[in-house]
Design a protein around this ligand. Structure first.
Ligand code: SF4
Length: 381
């Protein structure tokens, strides 16, 4: 039975460190609930967890192929097998990307791509081996749960067996993509063929049990309603109660250009900030909330640091997926630019590695870095 709620009750709960309910979350999405007040509450939680610190990392992206068997309606990145836009990177190109990353001080490579009709399981394993053997310090955050599910099909293996193969090859953690919106009313309309909610969550559960940290996401601002967003957040919260393996939640703003949903407007800045703040308030057990500047735009991402976010993602090189969907953000930001954005927002920038350990750099050689072996920074919730 639904329990009546209002902003005062919600404020009391947040101040007392109590968990918000499904009804609380829905209430916060009501347009008559002032965004500034939600933002203040989210900022209270953010300050409690991380003080004044805002994180960033130095990273690069690799999308080994854009050819994909699926046709998610929101995706502008994918290509058909014989489409001139389709590509598959060679070993040489992949190694060159690794070299460039290391030369530029990257600590992380984020690897996701299409589910190629003709590439075998061994190619995906080989790709990690290739990079890991050549650049062992580069953390490989690779393959969404949707890709792991595809590999299960290709290799006739369980998710656990696939993840063990990938760990052996050099996998460091899983990114959070492919979650989109879990609720079947929406999922069936935007990506009906790919891993459903229970499969996505089960792969992350398996990864957590193997000791891998993972991230989680939600693609919002298309055909979903607030009820679907809150349902999504609570499914993530329940898994986190069980495993504690999620590090970061990343709300992903839908970009309509060149997608099957191009008739829709893109989400407003107000929806972006409200969703970030509500995520911070509902996900009381996930340490970090990321304002992914590539999708939000640099300005909104900066403001988001006062609306619950504590992480701006990274400098980012070679981002294709959201730029194909019309993102007008720069291709990358320099460390100086990210630090300036964070300082202007009144926060203290801290470079982290993928596992949120502070990174220390040799002032005379940027590429010479080490991580703190102390406790993981600000990650206890
Ligand atoms: S979102 Fe991923 S799975 Fe869906 S069509 Fe695009 S590349 Fe393929």
């Amino acid at each position: 039975m639904a329990v009546a709620t209002d902003l005062k009750l919600i404020r009391d709960k947040v101040e007392a460190g109590e968990r918000l309910s499904f009804e609380d979350g829905l209430y916060l999405y009501r347009p008559d609930v002032p965004l500034q007040e939600i933002g203040q509450l989210a900022n209270l939680v953010r300050q409690r967890l991380h003080g004044n610190v805002a994180y960033y990392n130095i990273n690069t992206h690799l999308n080994p192929t854009n050819v994909c068997v699926y046709r998610c309606t929101f995706c502008a990145f994918r290509s058909d097998l014989r489409d001139p836009k389709g590509y598959v990177m060679s070993d040489e190109q992949i190694l060159e990307r690794g070299r460039e990353a290391v030369e530029n001080g990257c600590t992380e490579m984020h690897i996701v791509g299409g589910l190629h009709h003709q590439k075998k399981y061994e190619w995906y394993v080989h790709l990690l081996e290739l990079l890991h053997q050549a650049y062992p310090r580069l953390h490989l955050k690779a393959w969404t749960a949707v890709e792991i599910n595809w590999f299960e099909f290709l290799a006739r293996k369980t998710a656990r067996e696939v993840l063990l193969d990938m760990i052996q090859a050099g996998l460091g953690s899983l990114p959070g993509g492919g979650a989109e919106i879990f609720h079947p009313q929406v999922r069936h309309r935007i990506c009906e063929h790919k891993a459903d909610a229970s499969k996505w969550l089960d792969i992350h559960r398996t990864a957590h049990r193997l000791g891998l940290k993972t991230n989680c996401t939600m693609l919002y601002g298309h055909i979903e309603e607030p009820v679907h967003r809150i349902d999504h957040l609570l499914r993530l919260r329940r898994l986190q109660d069980e495993t504690g393996g999620f590090q970061t939640f990343i709300p992903l703003a839908f970009h309509p250009a060149n997608t099957g949903l191009a008739h829709l407007p893109r989400p407003s800045a107000l929806l972006d900030l409200r969703t970030l703040a509500i995520s911070r308030l509902m996900l009381d057990n996930i340490p970090h909330i990321k304002a992914y500047w590539v999708m939000l735009g640099v300005d909104i991402a900066q403001v988001a640091l006062a609306y619950g976010a504590d992480d701006l993602d990274g400098t980012v090189r070679h981002e294709l997926i959201y730029h194909d969907a019309g993102a007008t953000t720069p291709q990358m930001l320099s460390v100086e630019e990210i630090c300036r954005l964070i300082r202007e927002a009144g926060c203290e920038p801290v470079e982290r590695d993928t596992l949120y350990r502070p990174v220390y750099r040799d002032p005379n050689d940027f590429r010479n870095w080490s991580v703190s072996t102390d406790a993981v920074a600000c990650s206890s919730v």
